[in-house]
Design a protein around this ligand. Structure first.
Ligand code: FAD
Length: 488
């Protein structure tokens, strides 16, 4: 039996382990932390449970697919429900908008609250759907690094439709030409942050993202986001995958251009195939430091995605006007992004994302209390004075939420945990604490991501948010699919 070693038990590492086990490999996963999931993990404190990283679940079919591949019924492991109300939006001018999953209802809500014609919203979402149909075969579901991909009919057809994906305008420019109302432009610009990019720089191709939310839908897993990790680990173990926790890998052993295994805890562990789910930057810099000639310098110097600052607050009150996902917009979006991408610090009025999983999973917080996951987008870690930035913005966030909700939030916080770019970097070995690998701030980004297979080392493969096709749970699951297909 052939043996595969996987470095890292992030969502993509776990999915790759499942796929390779189904293919008949003996699979061992080595994970530096004492727990699986990487960014998709959880925090517990004072009777509150928080999902530590991702909170928005889209494209659940890619999770189901793993159970089906293993001949199991996903429903026996993992339940989730579709959200009728995707997210609540609060603007500084007092506007409150409900983003309903139903396109018609959503478009009418926008028209009622902003005066922007519902037809413009419907047209924008139809365009989003077109971009998806052109790009998904080429950019998302296949290796961009194999000649065969370009010989396929659907690829050729997509290439002819390329101008339709709008790669030469920025997302903001496209949105500002599609909508008159600034609040609606801001609403659609925000989707650039779904992969850690800047709407004032990223190509309008990223207008594909709303399609994922409004066509495929947004979901909530019954057991919270962490249950995705838990159930996939369970499936992997049933398939015979062995997980080794507290097991930091120090080196990928390469002899004569072939990956022979890994080195960890002072020992060589041999394998026929090595898959790195570790951030590709650290994979080269730490695990292949003896082989600088193998380092793809251009790829490693690419701009990283933004990072995040999260306050996990236990709140001793419940707020009926809030939902699972809530956004409190900045009054000046352009300035906010300038702070993230140019000044590389934090704007005094950031857009605040508030996720409350206890709205759906009531045991995530004590009675009449709520577990608040309060997140803002921040720059990647370049050695900023984070302690000072965090102290300042914490006050600003509390003031902003208190003003909009009409309640002094500072008096309601019973416990607190904070995760910042330094913590994301150290907890998951993500270079600069970026949460989606490299940014998508230019039209070539999709082609510049690292491939899922090494072109220089035989038997070495890559999966996860820092390689093709990119970050976020759905893409990480697709990266596992592409990497596994490349492994013969
Ligand atoms: P990671 O989660 O990065 O895990 C890599 C693993 O490798 C880690 O467990 C690490 O410990 C391990 N490792 C690293 N080095 C070594 C080594 N030397 N030896 C052994 N093990 C090692 N996505 C969404 O879809 N929806 C969201 O709402 C969303 N929100 C997010 C919010 C936050 C705050 C964050 C941080 C991320 C968010 N994401 C979201 C992105 C999503 O979490 C990631 O894209 C995805 O989880 C990354 O998975 P991965 O497989 O690349 O691995």
């Amino acid at each position: 039996q052939q043996k595969a070693v996987i470095i890292g038990a992030g969502i993509s590492g776990i999915a790759t382990a499942i796929r390779l086990a189904v293919k008949g490999y003996a699979v061992e996963v080595y994970e530096a932390n004492s727990y699986p999931g990487g960014k998709l993990s959880k925090i517990e404190q004072n009777g509150y449970r928080f999902d530590a990283g991702p909170s928005l679940f889209t494209m659940p079919q890619y999770v189901d697919e793993l159970f089906e591949l293993a001949g199991k019924n996903p429903a026996n492991y993992f339940g989730y429900q579709k959200l009728d109300l995707v997210c609540k939006y609060f603007y500084e001018d007092g506007t409150r908008l409900n983003a309903y999953a139903d396109t018609k209802q959503f478009a009418e809500e926008i028209e009622n609250k902003t005066g922007e014609p519902a037809a413009s919203v419907v047209k924008h979402l139809a365009n989003s759907s077109d971009i998806y149909s052109i790009t998904n075969h080429v950019f998302l579901e296949r290796s961009l690094h194999r000649f065969k991909t370009y010989l396929r009919w659907d690829t050729v057809r997509s290439i002819f439709r390329f101008p339709q994906i709008d790669p030469f305008r920025t997302m903001h420019k496209a949105n500002a030409s599609n909508f008159k109302d600034e609040r609606v432009v801001q609403f659609f610009d925000r989707y650039a942050t779904y992969n850690g990019s800047n709407p004032y720089q990223a190509p309008a191709t990223l207008n594909v993202i709303p399609h994922l939310e409004y066509h495929f839908g947004a979901y909530f897993p019954d057991g919270g986001m962490y249950s995705i990790t838990q159930n996939l680990v369970k499936l992997a173990e049933e398939l015979g995958v062995q997980f080794h926790y507290n097991y930091k890998v120090d080196e990928i052993v390469v002899i004569n251009g072939k990956a022979k295994g890994i080195r960890a805890k002072g020992e060589n562990i041999l394998a026929d195939v090595v898959v790195s789910n570790m951030d590709v930057w650290f994979t080269y810099k730490r695990l292949l430091s003896k082989h600088p000639q193998l380092h793809p310098k251009n790829i490693l110097s690419q701009e990283r995605s933004s990072s995040a600052l999260i306050f996990y607050w236990g709140i001793k009150k419940s707020f009926p006007e809030l939902d699972l996902h809530n956004i409190f917009f900045s009054a000046d979006y352009k300035t906010e992004f300038d702070h993230i991408w140019k000044q590389q610090d934090i704007y005094s009025d950031p857009t605040v994302y508030l996720n409350i999983s206890s709205k759906y999973k009531t045991d995530d917080a004590p009675n009449d209390c709520e577990n608040w996951f309060v997140m803002i987008n921040v720059p990647a870690n370049n050695g900023q004075d984070w302690d000072k930035l965090i102290a300042d913005v914490r006050e600003n966030i509390i003031d902003k939420l208190s003003k909009i909700l009409g309640e002094d939030i500072s008096q309601l916080i019973t416990c607190e945990n904070i995760l910042d770019p330094r913590g994301i970097e150290s907890k998951t070995s993500s270079y600069k604490g970026s949460i989606y690998g490299t940014s998508s701030n230019n039209q070539f980004a999709a082609f510049l991501r690292h491939a899922n297979k090494s072109s220089k080392v035989e038997g070495l493969y890559f999966c996860g948010g820092s390689v093709h096709p990119g970050g976020g749970i759905p893409l990480c699951l697709l990266s596992a699919k592409i990497a596994s297909k490349l492994i013969k």
